[in-house]
Design a binder for this molecule. Structure first.
Ligand SMILES: Cc1ncc(C[n+]2csc(CCOP(=O)(O)OP(=O)(O)O)c2C)c(N)n1
Length: 166
């Protein structure tokens, strides 16, 4: 039996073939429909591959500046407290340029959902090292593998956030 296509995904996605973004987009659409949030949900997307989402996605989406999607999501939530608000961000966006915005949204225990797609590199700009690049992982800016004696260890943001007292 063919699975019914989500109404939120009204045209094919524009991500590269084989990329996980398309799968995650579909899963979010299915969950929003299951939760009956497909009409009221508002998303803040970031700069990076997540910025391809608005072209093909049938919920209201605000395009944020690089790193600011969780801050924009917080603003949306404060204006629209009854709507389900989420951000959709890459690891470079949420954990490098936007680290402060992501952490402070967590520190304040803001009532938003941050969906962080961790591909361990800055994808859209050509695969540079990001905070979550693994030890010895080769990227365009760590061609011999990430040397943690120079860069520090990969960031485990879940571990870090789990230390917060809310
Ligand atoms: C202020 C600013 N700095 C840098 C850039 C360049 N830039 C565009 S996309 C991107 C990489 C985003 O990587 P990530 O957030 O990990 O998302 P991915 O593309 O891997 O999904 C960068 C650095 C920009 N657009 N704006």
């Amino acid at each position: 039996m063919e699975k019914r296509r989500s109404k939120i995904l009204y045209v094919d996605h524009k991500f590269c073939p084989g990329c996980g973004h398309g799968i995650v987009n579909r899963l979010i659409a299915e969950v929003l429909e299951e939760m009956n949030e497909d009409k009221g949900a508002i998303c803040a997307v970031a700069v990076g591959c997540s910025s391809l989402m608005p072209d093909t996605y049938g919920v209201d989406i605000v395009q944020s500046q690089h790193g600011r999607a969780s801050a924009v999501a917080v603003g949306l939530k404060r204006c629209r407290p009854d709507n389900m608000i989420f951000s959709y961000q890459g690891d470079g966006d949420a954990l490098a340029i936007g680290f402060s915005e992501t952490m402070y949204a967590a520190i304040r225990n803001e009532n938003i959902t941050v969906i962080l797609i961790n591909n361990n590199n800055f994808g859209m700009t050509g695969g540079q090292m990001s905070p979550t690049t693994l030890e010895n992982q080769r990227t365009t800016t760590s061609p011999y593998g990430r040397d943690v004696s120079i860069t520090g260890n990969p960031l485990d943001v879940i571990k870090l956030m789990s230390t917060l007292e809310l």
